[in-house]
Design a protein around this ligand. Structure first.
Ligand SMILES: [Zn+2]
Length: 495
């Protein structure tokens, strides 16, 4: 039995439900599948959530907390790569049980690792080395379908991105079709990212009454194009194939940025050294006066704070003895911050080992800030005069990703609200009667299975999926690679 997973970065039922009458393929699937929100990671972010979905473990085990590693002694930028994911991914688990896998365009899977099957990775800088086997890219080009890496097709601030996104999608659709028709696979897992980009940048036009009538349907049009692709894929699958649609997080209209460094400066936890103005490579932490700084946000979008700890950070000034007290002090102050309507902005501020469970949790930022709503971004900018500001992006990630699951063993047309990203992997392995690792966090969601399947199938738990060191790649990013990644993330609005 084959499994086809169609990943849609940032898809949300908030929009699909509203538009379902005009999205015939989604609509049909909603009536005939298991359907439910797929709870994302904390925070709901691409870099954490896809690895959780691929491994069945929380970030405290897989060890990915952003595009950048938060615990870097010199406050600089170090990017995660595929080998940093500490648990085996779904394709590796399939391979170990004699099944072939194809993984296409999935965030955090670069550089390519060798598998029994194929991979097109998701590099953050320009490179031609993003496929396994190496000649896969050439084969696609030779057959006039190609697969430009995802940053080539990313939003770069252009006015006509909405038009481009539809073209990219129709090209992607041809490439995917070529791959699933011409390559062997038991698992085909692809991700498309255009819905995430259009939602970040065009959400505002959906409700915009006066200006830019022409952009009003931009987000819908991209959903519509995705609906067409889904229709094409389904036509090509036999009824015995498991077909799943998943997203890593949902989306919500943005409301405000909370400038955490302004908060830290106002409360004497941070100082800026303006004499460094023209030095450094533009990384936002370059101007910090570390000798007078007790706390800082270690990576954009991480919703976290680090304590500038002696012996851990290069210029740490906080001793181990002071650590807990300082964390408590900062938590208390943050929990009192209110927005314009006099509402608290944070639901909780928690130590990393409370939010994440596992041996990597101390590699997360020391404190995790959980807003009452992800309409609020904890922003990394340094040097703002205000504590709050209007975001550039009109859509932000939210906790509710999507799950649509279809296959002969699943009940039809049922709605479930108990899925989290970690539950996807064990549920799929169980559906296929494959062995399930015994050290993952996700659970099999049993009530979505037909009764006779449950009766006849005993879950096979067995082995550990924690990677041994021999999975680690020795290569690291070069200085030039890092510069390229930074340029790309700036364009995407992450920096
Ligand atoms: Zn995402």
């Amino acid at each position: 039995m084959k499994t086809f997973v169609f990943g849609i970065d940032g898809a949300t039922f908030r929009l699909i439900e509203k538009w379902k009458e005009k999205l015939p393929n989604f609509n049909k699937l909603l009536r005939s599948s298991v359907v439910g929100d797929l709870k994302s990671t904390t925070p709901p972010h691409t870099a954490l959530a896809w690895p959780s979905l691929l491994t069945g473990v929380n970030p405290g085990k897989h060890g990915i907390f952003q595009f950048w590693k938060p615990q870097i002694a010199n406050y600089g930028q170090e990017y995660y790569q595929s080998s940093d994911i500490r648990y085996k991914t779904i394709d590796q688990l399939f391979n170990e049980q004699g099944k072939k896998a194809g993984m296409v365009n999935i965030p955090m899977t670069h550089p390519p690792e060798s598998i029994d099957g194929f991979r097109i990775t998701w590099p953050l800088f320009n490179t031609l080395n993003y496929t396994y086997p190496k000649n896969l890219g050439k084969d696609l080009l030779f057959n006039k379908v190609g697969f430009p890496n995802d940053l080539v097709t990313m939003y770069k601030g252009e006015d006509n991105y909405d038009e481009k996104a539809k073209k990219y999608l129709s090209n992607r659709s041809k490439s995917l079709e070529y791959l699933y028709k011409n390559y062997e696979w038991d698992l085909f897992f692809c991700v498309i990212t255009e819905i995430d980009r259009i939602s970040h940048n065009y959400w505002r036009y959906m409700e915009d009454k006066e200006q830019l009538e022409s952009k009003k349907n931009a987000v819908f049009d991209v959903y519509k194009e995705v609906d067409n692709i889904i229709g094409d894929i389904i036509k090509n699958l036999d009824s015995n194939t498991i077909f799943a649609i998943v997203s890593d997080h949902g989306f919500i209209a943005s409301k405000s940025n909370f400038y955490i460094h302004k908060f830290l400066i106002d409360n004497n936890y941070m100082k800026i050294d303006n004499s460094h103005d023209n030095e450094g490579n533009g990384w936002y932490l370059d101007r910090v006066d570390w000798g007078s700084t007790k706390a800082y946000m270690p990576a954009p979008g991480c919703y976290g704070l680090n304590i500038n700890l002696k012996g851990r950070q290069d210029h740490g000034i906080v001793s181990r003895n002071e650590f807990d007290q300082l964390c408590e002090e900062i938590c208390e102050l943050l929990m009192r911050v209110k927005d314009d309507n006099n509402n608290n902005i944070f639901k909780a501020v928690l130590p990393n080992e409370v939010v994440y469970l596992g041996e990597e949790s101390n590699q997360a930022p020391d404190l995790i800030l959980i807003p009452n709503s992800y309409e609020l971004m904890v922003h990394h900018s340094i040097g703002t005069n205000e504590l709050f500001g209007i975001p550039d992006q009109s859509g932000f990630h939210d906790m509710d990703g999507i799950l649509i699951l279809n296959g002969p063993m699943f009940k039809e047309g049922i709605i479930t609200d108990c899925f989290a990203v970690e539950d996807f992997l064990p549920t799929i392995l169980y559906a296929l009667n494959l062995e399930i690792p015994n050290d993952i966090d996700g659970r099999i969601i049993e009530h979505i299975f037909k009764d006779n399947f449950l009766k006849n199938s005993v879950p096979k738990y067995g082995y550990s999926s924690k990677k041994k060191n021999n999975y680690t790649l020795s290569s690291t990013y070069s200085k030039e690679d890092k510069k390229n990644i930074e340029d790309q993330l700036k364009v995407l609005g992450y920096l």
